[in-house]
Design a protein around this ligand. Structure first.
Ligand SMILES: *Cc1c(COP(=O)(O)O)cnc(C)c1O
Length: 355
């Protein structure tokens, strides 16, 4: 392993918790692997890269991350292929997006090579935590936080870049009923919607809770200006199949450029489907549902890969969509992506990195 550039200090624990994992009862995001990667930003540079036992973080109660939320994160996955090698799905894309987020949040960049090196080193130490079981994977959570113990508002001078990981089981998501939201907004033009900034998620909790009280698991966000155009579904990108064509809102500064959505679109085109990445209005979606021309609707994101939408509510009316079992494209692409991410399918697009 090359640790020349980061000079990672590796302190392995003698107290592995791997044998205590109850694989049949794994809940998403509640079981943590033995080790974590932590690096400090101080005096204008990254330093003290270390891999050590997953532990609590000690900091001043005045730390600027706490009230002001200068933070952002990534979410990605690794799995083991049939020969036991660890495969990471599109890590460079996550590293690039990490740097889009850090720039928008006024936080220091992490060169792609450095990001990948940290990931590789951590996965190498926690090799045993990367599941080989069908349907299981290792969820990876890289993030950065502002660390100055200072009450004033300005970009922090010090930061921590942290990566920890969680083994996760098959993220089976029930088909969800969603509501098209035309009052609250997730993101605004000129805002932080394209970044995985902490505040975006904090701000969506209240509208999401309101929607849940009305019986909808998730909201379909619309543009903040006119509330006429579809943006995302919950914390996932959204795709529709209308008249046999795949239609999905194009990425913008209010629509996060999801790597799952990108992959689904690339695969669809490769399979010969017609794909349109463009603005799509509520009116177009409702008309297609009324006329039975919308055959599939789903969210796309790393955690679930594909989250089927069973019904869409708009302006007082709930439209049921065709049963999930018969959905040709989304079922096929979910299966293919599962095989791809676990190294069972050929790496046709060059998306896998072996550790
Ligand atoms: C992370 C995220 C997505 C999905 O991105 P992936 O790269 O596919 O995981 C979509 N929308 C929002 C708001 C997100 O935070």
């Amino acid at each position: 392993m090359n640790t020349d550039t980061l000079n990672i200090n590796i302190v392995k624990t003698n107290n592995s918790k791997l044998s205590q994992v109850k694989w049949d009862e794994l809940q998403f995001g509640r079981t943590f692997s033995d080790h974590m990667f932590v690096m400090d930003y101080k005096d204008g540079k990254w330093q003290n890269a270390e891999i050590s036992e997953f532990a609590d973080l000690k900091m001043s109660h005045a730390t600027s991350i706490l009230p002001y939320g200068q933070t952002f994160f990534e979410g990605m996955k690794a799995a083991k292929n049939e020969t036991g090698e660890i495969v990471l799905f599109r890590p460079e894309e996550h590293a690039k997006r990490f740097n889009l987020s850090d720039e928008r949040m006024c936080m220091p960049g992490v060169p792609v090579d450095m990001f990948i090196e940290a990931l590789r080193a951590l996965l190498d130490v926690d090799r045993g935590w990367v599941p080989q079981k069908s349907g299981y994977s290792l969820y990876i959570r890289p993030f950065m936080i502002a660390m100055d113990p200072y009450v004033g508002i300005r970009p922090s001078d010090t930061y921590k870049f942290i990566i920890f990981t969680c083994p996760v089981g098959a993220y089976y998501s029930e088909p969800v009923k969603v509501k098209i939201e035309t009052h609250y907004s997730r993101a605004v033009e000129g805002g932080t919607g394209f970044a995985k900034a902490g505040g975006n998620y904090a701000g969506s909790l209240y509208p999401a809770m309101k929607g849940q009280e009305e019986g909808f698991r998730q909201l379909i966000w619309t543009d903040a200006k006119e509330h006429k155009y579809i943006e995302e579904s919950g914390t996932m990108n959204v795709l529709f199949v209308i008249d046999g064509k795949i239609i999905t809102p194009a990425s913008s500064d209010t629509i996060l450029a999801g790597i799952t959505r990108r992959s689904v679109v690339d695969i669809a085109r490769d399979w010969g489907y017609e794909v349109e990445e463009r603005r799509i209005s509520i009116a177009e979606v409702v008309e297609a549902m009324k006329e039975g021309r919308m055959t599939e609707a789903f969210g796309a994101g790393t955690a679930a890969t594909i989250a089927q939408i069973s019904a869409i509510h708009s302006d007082g009316v709930t439209y049921d969509l065709p049963p999930v079992e018969g959905r040709e494209f989304s079922n096929k692409v979910l299966n293919y992506l599962d095989e791809y991410k676990t190294g069972k399918a050929e790496d046709k697009f060059g998306w896998l990195l072996k550790v």
